[in-house]
Design a protein around this ligand. Structure first.
Ligand SMILES: Nc1ncnc2c1ncn2[C@@H]1O[C@H](COP(=O)(O)OP(=O)(O)OP(=O)(O)O)[C@@H](O)[C@H]1O
Ligand SMILES: [Mg+2]
Length: 273
């Protein structure tokens, strides 16, 4: 098959092995999303595996961001938006009215398409979350959390001598790593990323991709991407959406080499989207 994405078999086998034994972190069942009259997602059943990267791909408007936002209830902030069905994380219904949404968003962090550091210092960008969630007992602990988060985001060496500078003074790629450090700082279990590299140049993109690969040892990652090459490089499982429907999900190499559905095949061979 003439897929636009080439995978070598060693990579494919390693990817399959990497997720074979992983437990399921999030289960979505029969998820429907409406924006007013607009039916944006239809009966989506999807499992997200722990400590793996799941890529969401598909043509513009197919519902990737909508699905991602369901996972930390960011859709709650859109007045016309209605979500039905069940989404459970560690067997707990995240739409349970008893659930504390602020806590949920600490457990399920998010990184957006455009780097969006707060107009505050580099230090404060990372310290903000731990402070509001009371994760540090004193200044020294807070400084340690900030340093560890910046290290895990691969940014510490570049900023350690300028922690007081504004976050917005960094380059785009550095800003995105700062946003990743900010997400990591509250020790989330899941990190959602909506096209995190689309505003970045190839070098900054490569750094973020490398980082994602390291982060999956400790975090469950769900990434939306328009780049099939990126999905193939960073993810172990890929879900293909089309017109609000989850067409198929599987091991990334299978999706790109032997998709089961004609629509997936058409998309990965560049026939539409
Ligand atoms: N806030 C909103 N209000 C109304 N309709 C919306 C809203 N957000 C998304 N939609 C609609 O829901 C559908 C899915 O949108 P969504 O943003 O999830 O797509 P996407 O797959 O992320 O697309 P893209 O690749 O362009 O980011 C689209 O038809 C879109 O117009
Ligand atoms: Mg989107």
């Amino acid at each position: 098959m003439n897929s636009m994405v080439q995978l070598d078999s060693a990579t494919a086998i390693a990817a399959a092995a990497a997720v074979a034994g992983n437990p399921v972190k999030i289960v979505a069942q029969g998820v429907n999303v409406y924006y007013g009259e607009k039916h944006a997602l239809r009966d989506v059943d999807l499992d997200i595996q722990e400590r793996a990267v799941t890529a969401l791909i598909g043509p513009s408007g197919c519902g990737k961001s909508t699905f991602l936002r369901c996972l930390n209830r960011m859709n709650d902030t859109i007045p016309a938006c209605r979500v039905t069905g069940r989404i459970a994380m560690d067997d707990q219904d995240i739409y349970d009215p008893q659930l504390d949404v602020v806590q949920l968003r600490a457990r399920v962090g998010m990184v957006f398409q455009k780097p969006n550091p707060f107009p505050k210092s580099i230090f404060e960008n990372v310290a903000y979350g731990p402070r509001i969630h009371g994760l540090a007992r004193n200044k020294a602990e807070l400084e340690e959390i900030v340093a560890i988060s910046l290290k895990r985001a691969g940014l510490f060496d570049e900023v350690k001598d300028r922690l007081g500078d504004s976050g917005t003074s960094l380059s785009g790629g550095q800003q995105q790593r700062l946003c990743i450090a900010r997400a990591i700082a509250v020790s989330p279990e899941v990190i959602l990323m909506d096209e995190p590299c689309s505003a970045l140049d190839p070098i900054a993109t490569a750094k973020i991709e490398e980082l994602i690969d390291e982060l999956r040892e400790n975090f469950t990652i769900v990434i939306v991407t328009h780049s099939m090459q990126q999905a193939a490089r960073v993810s172990q499982r890929t879900a293909f959406f089309h017109l609000g429907v989850l067409v198929e999900i599987g091991i990334t190499s299978d999706i790109f080499t032997t998709p089961k559905d004609r629509r997936t095949q058409d998309y990965i061979t560049g026939r539409f989207g």
